[in-house]
Design a protein around this ligand. Structure first.
Ligand SMILES: O=P(O)(O)OC[C@H]1O[C@H](OP(=O)(O)OP(=O)(O)O)[C@H](O)[C@@H]1O
Ligand code: HPA
Ligand SMILES: [Mg+2]
Length: 178
């Protein structure tokens, strides 16, 4: 059995897309102090690769929130596992996410960060599943729209596995008994 049925975003696709997204972000935030907020653990890869395309004054901070546990569907219940170290008062914040699936995680996070007195809060996400979205969130910088299938790789896991793959692939439903 193959663990993946298809590679849908290759390592090259990701690199080229991050070049484009980072150029837009650098232009939009020129002359401003920017704080990138990564959402653990899925956003680790995209955060690292995006941040390396930013000026060296960019700052990074992390939150851990979980709504999926070990399953393949969002529970809709968001828990903070680790909060930010930074005070957001007056800061320009860019949330960096690997994927927007139902949108439940990001819509909750956006409201949470906006209530902390930031000057601006925007979203950058590598992937979005348009057919799975339950709550619309305003995404300023988007990488790819992908089919409504459970995907792994480049930070995305199934039961904590496959995060280290350099590409994004559709997980064979046989792996999770689907
Ligand atoms: O749009 P949604 O349906 O809310 O799904 C998106 C969220 O789900 C995943 O995180 P997960 O809770 O699996 O934690 P992880 O990043 O540690 O894998 C992913 O990294 C996003 O944060
Ligand atoms: O398709 C997915 N794969 C892995 N993690 C996820 N979290 C939301 N959607 C996904
Ligand atoms: Mg996960």
């Amino acid at each position: 059995m193959n663990d993946f049925t298809k590679i849908i975003v290759s390592e090259n696709d990701i690199g080229r897309k991050l070049d484009v997204m980072s150029a837009q972000i650098r232009a939009d935030y020129a002359g401003k102090d920017l704080l990138l907020v990564g959402v653990l653990k899925g956003a680790v890869m995209v955060m690292a690769d995006l941040a390396r395309r930013m000026p060296p004054t960019v700052q990074m901070d992390w939150m851990a929130i979980s709504s999926y546990g070990s399953g393949t569907k969002s529970s809709g219940v968001v828990r903070i596992l680790k909060d930010l170290d930074a005070d957001l008062t007056g800061k320009h914040v860019l949330i960096v996410e690997d994927i927007i699936d139902s949108g439940l995680t990001l819509s909750w996070l956006l409201g949470n960060l906006q209530s902390r007195g930031a000057e601006s809060v925007e979203i950058a996400a590598l992937l979005r599943k348009p057919d799975a979205v339950k709550v619309e969130v305003p995404i300023k910088y988007l990488g790819f729209d992908i089919p409504n299938e459970f995907v792994v790789g480049y930070g995305l896991d199934f039961a904590e596995k496959y995060r280290t793959l350099p590409f994004v692939a559709i997980l064979n439903p046989e792996v999770y008994g689907g």
